[in-house]
Design a protein around this ligand. Structure first.
Ligand SMILES: [Zn+2]
Length: 468
C-alpha cells in the first residue's frame, strides 16, 4: 500500500513577535541608501537616517510572515538573537540588474527601508533571494538611534495633504498615498478628481471592494510648472516635480520615477505604506514595484485596469501572468519555484502552492487552447507595433485594446476549464515552463474579469498584515 503524506503546512511566524512598546517608539525610521552594481556585483552605501513621522503600520504583526519580494529587511537586536521586525520588498535595482544594460555598465539607485523607530541600537540586515529563491544577507549595519548622524526631526511638509478616504487610525489600516505628477496648479482640481476616481477604481474590484473600510487613502498635491511628464520615445521631455517618466529601462510603456529621495520627502507628509503616482497623461503606461511605487496614466481609456493591475504588483507582489508581450527582462530557464503567489514552475504538482483551490478532477497542468490564443495574440502585437511605429493617435490604440479584450474575454471564458483553478502554461513572461492559476485574470489580460482566486487570496493576506 502506498501512503501519501499531506503537504507540510508551515504556521505563519508571528508567535515570537516582540511587544512593540518594549523596543520601539511610535515613530518611523527611514534609512536611505544607495544601491549600486552590475549584473554580477552589488553594493550598498548609507545615505542618511531620518524620521518619517508616526509609525503607520501594525504594532502586533511586526514580522512579515508572507515574505514576498526579492529583498527582505530585518531589524534585530544587536546580538541578532531576537528578530524585532521584518518586511519583504522589491526595488528598481532588482529589476535593473536583470536587463542587458547591467552587463555593460554600473547602475545606481536611491532606495529606502522604513521600520519603527528603535529605542536602542539595532542591527539592520538586508537580505536578497539567492539562486534557490531563499533569502541570504547582502548588507548589514548597526543603527544607533542616539547617534549624531541620525536625524529624529519630523519634516514639516510644504505641500497640501488631504484625505481621499479616512477609515480609522493608521496602525489598524492599510495607508495608501496617491500622488500626481504633471498637474499644474490650475489642474489641481483635476488631480483631486483623478485621485478619487483611482480610489473608486480600486475599490470596485474584489477583494479590495469588500475590504474598503480597511484602507485609508491619502493624497498630497505637488503642483507642476507645466502639464504632463517625460515621454522620451516620443521626444517629449519635462522637468516634473516627481521626475516620473515613460521609457523606464527604455521600454516605451514602462513608467517609473528614479527619484526616490524626492518621493519619500513628499510622501512623509502623511502616514503611508503604499504609494502610487497618477501621471497627467493619456498615453498608455504604468509600472508597479512591490512596496515601492505604482504608476498609471490618468487619462488613458484603460486607466481603471492599468491602475489596479499595477497596484497588484505594488501591493501583493503579484507577477505578470502574461508572456507574449515584449518586455525588457531577460529571464533564464526556470529551475526553481518562483516566490510570487500567482505563478508556478509546477516542479512538484503534488505540492502546488494553491493546490487547496484546485478541484480533484482538474488536471495539472491544465489543458487550454494555448496555440490558438497565442496566434491571435501575436497578430495583435504586430498591429500594435505597426501603430506605434507610425505614431498612431492614442484613441486608435485604445480601440485596438477594446477589440482585443472583447475577443479574448469570449475565448478565455468558453474553455473546458475556464473558471477553475489549475495550472495553465504561459505566465511571468515565459511561454513555456511557468504556469498561471486561472485561464483569465487581470494580471494576465486587460479583460474586465478582476483578480483570479489565487491573486485575490494573496491580496487578502497582505491586507490582513496591516489590519488584524
Ligand atoms: Zn491571477
Amino acid at each position: 500500500m502506498f501512503l501519501r503524506l499531506l503537504p507540510l503546512v508551515l504556521a505563519p511566524v508571528t508567535s515570537y513577535a516582540v511587544d512593540f512598546g518594549d523596543y520601539f517608539e511610535n515613530k518611523t525610521m527611514r534609512l536611505d541608501y544607495f544601491h549600486t552594481g552590475t549584473a554580477t556585483e552589488e553594493h550598498f552605501a548609507l545615505d542618511r537616517i531620518v524620521s518619517d513621522g508616526p509609525w503607520p503600520g501594525s504594532t502586533t504583526r511586526l514580522v512579515d510572515s508572507l515574505a514576498f519580494g526579492k529583498y527582505l529587511v530585518q531589524v534585530w537586536d544587536t546580538e541578532k538573537k531576537t528578530l524585532l521586525f521584518s518586511q519583504g520588498f522589491a526595488t528598481i535595482y532588482g529589476e535593473w540588474e536583470t536587463i542587458g544594460e547591467a552587463k555593460q555598465r554600473w547602475g545606481a539607485f536611491h532606495e529606502s527601508v522604513r521600520f519603527p523607530w528603535p529605542k536602542q541600537p539595532v542591527r539592520v540586515v538586508l537580505n536578497k533571494r539567492n539562486a534557490e529563491n531563499k533569502f541570504a544577507p547582502v548588507w548589514e549595519l548597526t543603527v544607533d538611534p542616539s547617534a549624531r548622524s541620525v536625524n529624529p526631526a519630523d519634516r514639516k511638509s510644504p505641500y497640501n495633504a488631504w484625505a481621499v478616504q479616512e477609515s480609522g487610525p493608521a496602525r489598524n489600516k492599510v495607508d495608501l498615498l496617491i500622488l500626481g505628477d504633471g498637474y499644474t496648479a490650475a489642474e489641481m482640481k483635476k488631480f483631486h478628481k483623478d485621485a478619487k476616481r483611482a480610489a473608486d477604481a480600486l475599490f470596485a474590484i474584489e477583494p479590495f471592494k469588500s475590504r474598503r473600510s480597511d484602507f485609508n487613502v491619502w493624497a498630497v498635491d505637488t503642483p507642476a510648472q507645466e502639464s504632463g511628464v517625460s515621454r522620451p520615445h516620443e521626444g517629449i521631455y519635462k522637468r516634473s516635480p516627481l521626475s516620473t517618466h515613460y521609457s523606464a529601462f527604455d521600454s516605451q510603456r514602462y513608467v517609473l520615477s528614479y527619484d526616490n529621495r524626492t518621493l519619500r520627502e513628499v510622501a512623509s507628509a502623511v502616514p503611508y505604506e503604499y504609494m502610487v503616482i497618477l501621471m497627467n497623461e493619456q498615453t498608455y503606461g504604468g509600472g508597479g514595484i512591490f512596496r515601492w511605487l505604482a504608476t498609471a496614466a490618468a487619462d488613458n481609456a484603460f486607466f481603471d485596469y492599468l491602475f489596479v493591475h499595477e497596484f497588484g504588483h505594488h501591493f501583493a507582489a503579484l507577477a505578470d501572468e502574461y508572456y507574449t508581450s515584449s518586455v525588457a527582462y531577460e529571464i533564464p530557464e526556470i529551475t526553481v519555484e518562483p516566490w510570487e503567489a500567482n505563478v508556478t514552475a509546477l516542479l512538484d504538482p503534488e505540492n502546488l502552492k494553491w493546490k487547496d483551490l484546485v478541484e480533484p478532477d482538474t488536471p495539472l497542468p491544465t489543458p487550454w487552447k494555448k496555440e490558438a490564443f497565442d496566434a491571435a495574440s501575436r497578430a495583435t502585437q504586430k498591429k500594435r507595433a505597426e501603430m506605434r511605429a507610425r505614431k498612431a493617435p492614442e484613441s486608435e490604440m485604445e480601440q485596438l485594446f477594446r477589440d482585443q479584450a472583447e475577443r479574448e474575454t469570449a475565448f478565455l471564458s468558453s474553455m473546458k476549464y475556464s473558471g477553475k483553478v489549475g495550472a495553465f502554461e504561459g505566465a511571468g513572461y515565459m511561454a513555456k515552463g511557468l504556469y498561471r492559476p486561472y485561464a483569465d485574470c487581470m494580471m494576465y489580460t486587460r479583460n474586465d474579469v478582476g483578480f483570479c482566486p489565487v491573486c485575490a487570496r494573496a491580496i487578502e493576506r497582505v491586507i490582513d498584515q496591516y489590519t488584524k
